[in-house]
Design a protein around this ligand. Structure first.
Ligand SMILES: [Zn+2]
Length: 522
């Protein structure tokens, strides 16, 4: 028997949580052809993986890869982590669906999060158009959710007005279209543009469509309102809509200890709600600096926000907000700015930056935002990493990176280190769970939850998305000071049977091996 690839002598962790077994793995075209003793078989490419683990490729359930996966050069920082599938359109904001009026607004708003610039717009409108455009270019598989703010801007414009009956039907039609095109559910980010104006009634009514698809309401909850009230709202939306609940990048926030937060979710699960959440294995966060702006600036859409910022009275309003948030400027670090003139500020705290300008705090930060067309990315020091451990250990928890990559940026190390950290630190050093369980949280659990067919497990005839790593040495190298470091110990990544990463090198293909996966549809 002859195959395209045989991985010989590895320790197979199949993704289900079952203990590792010794076996060879054969790949033909894009599928796993055989798992077992293949001593008598040959292959065009035979790779000795003895002493190493062979596992299903990792699935990143929350990220900001939407721009990067459209770039044929590939996302090295993710491929080098063994991440073979990206769930796009997190936080309710993305590059599709759009129309001729809204696409510029979204590219403008998302510049410091998802990376695209105007000239990279490929003419797509629907989610399907965008995903087909992406799959031709991506080294990784892509799956989608329906980003709620895009849908609301498409059907209702940017206004904070309540959605009327006609608009609600238009929103529901768009969500239905997205689900029919293979979305796994609806995503929201209720602290971000436009959705900050959506109330509980609106979201419950819009998401009632998901009931027909066994879809998921995937939410960055209203953190600015406090974690428990925000979680309560998410639970209410799903109960009324009759859909499953997924909470994005869950983490502790004062004043709620993990027992209270996790206890609330367990209580809702005991009441019959289907719930899961994702966590990235760090306590510190990262987001756009414009996250701090008052919601009123978004009332006429992203590009019009500039008019609010340049009004003379705005400095006082913004200073008040900084006061109200009690934000410690010593704990917010500038990671990246749209203008390279500001590159010397990358890595500075906001305090250091403000001092270097000689301006007042409000003036300095407003000018920073205005000069960069609102595109400034930050990393926020939220304390000790041990705080995330109870969340990571929880049976409802799966893996997500929330990675935000910006070329040369001093980005959050989660973009480079997350999966290796789940194994090297959380399994080997902290003993939070077994290696098999860590792999399950990154593979079969998300695949089953989001409805990704024939992936997330190593099984004969399933798709050949694989990672090969050394369980003794795998470790993240990315730090806050020096984030742009690939991990140690991850040797191979394979997507749909194509080798995309081997021992430190991304392998380019003429035809990008990533595919647009339609959830729940084979
Ligand atoms: Zn978020």
């Amino acid at each position: 028997m002859s195959y395209d690839i045989i991985l010989r002598g590895g320790s197979i962790i199949d993704g289900t949580g079952s203990p590792a077994i010794q076996a060879d793995v054969a790949i033909n075209n894009e599928r796993i052809a055989e798992i077992g003793n293949l001593a008598d078989a040959t292959a065009a490419s035979e790779i000795d993986v003895s002493g190493l683990v062979v596992a299903p490729g990792f699935i990143d359930t929350h990220n900001h890869s939407d721009g990067w996966v459209t770039q044929t050069s590939g996302q090295e920082c993710k491929i080098a982590q063994g991440i073979t599938t990206e769930l796009l359109m997190s936080d309710g904001i993305s590059y599709a669906p759009v129309n001729n009026e809204t696409w510029r607004e979204w590219i403008y708003y998302l510049h410091s999060l998802d990376g695209l610039t105007m000239h990279q717009y490929g003419g797509w409108h629907s989610l399907q158009d965008y995903m087909e455009f992406t799959a031709k270019r991506s080294h990784q598989n892509v799956i989608m959710q329906v980003p709620y703010a895009n849908v609301r801007s498409l059907t209702c414009g940017w206004s904070r007005n309540r959605v009327d009956d006609v608009q609600m039907r238009a929103i529901q039609r768009e969500i239905r279209a997205g689900m029919e095109q293979g979305a796994t559910g609806v995503s929201t980010g209720l602290d971000y543009v436009l959705q900050c104006f959506s109330d509980t009634d609106e979201l419950a009514e819009a998401c009632s469509v998901l009931n027909d698809f066994n879809g998921i309401y995937v939410t960055h909850v209203r953190y600015k309102k406090g974690l428990i009230p925000a979680i309560n709202e998410a639970i209410e939306i799903c109960k009324r809509a009759g859909c499953r609940l997924h909470i994005s990048h869950l983490k502790g926030h004062d004043p709620y200890p993990p027992e209270v937060v996790l206890g609330r979710l367990e209580e809702a699960a005991n009441d019959g709600l289907d719930i899961a959440f994702d966590v990235y294995p760090y306590q510190c966060g990262s987001t756009m600096l414009n996250f701090l702006l008052p919601y009123t600036v978004w009332e006429d859409g992203p590009t019009a926000a500039m008019n609010h910022l340049t009004a003379p009275s705005f400095e006082r309003v913004f200073e008040q907000i900084l006061d109200d948030y009690r934000l410690d400027l010593e704990k917010v670090i500038i990671a990246w700015t749209a203008l390279s003139d500001f590159e010397s500020s990358w890595g500075q705290t906001l305090n250091e930056y403000v001092e270097s300008t000689g301006k007042s705090t409000g003036r300095a930060l407003i000018d920073l935002l205005v000069d960069n067309n609102l595109a400034v990315l930050c990393v926020v020091d939220e304390g000790d990493d041990h705080h995330v451990h109870p969340y990571l250990q929880h049976p409802m928890c799966m893996f997500g990176t929330d990675a935000i990559e910006m070329p040369n940026g001093k980005v959050h190390p989660r973009a480079f280190g997350s999966s290796a950290r789940m194994i090297g630190r959380m399994v080997r050093e902290e003993n939070l769970f077994s290696l098999e369980e860590a792999v399950r949280k990154m593979t079969s659990f998300p695949a089953e939850w989001f409805g990704i067919e024939k992936r997330g497990q190593l099984k004969k005839d399933w798709f050949a998305d694989l990672v090969v790593f050394d369980k003794q040495t795998v470790i993240d190298n990315a730090t806050y000071e020096s984030p742009r470091q690939n991990p140690n110990g991850i040797h191979l990544s394979i997507v749909n049977g194509a080798l995309v990463y081997q021992d430190g090198v991304v392998i380019q293909h003429d035809e990008a091996p990533g595919q647009y996966l339609r959830c729940g549809v084979e």
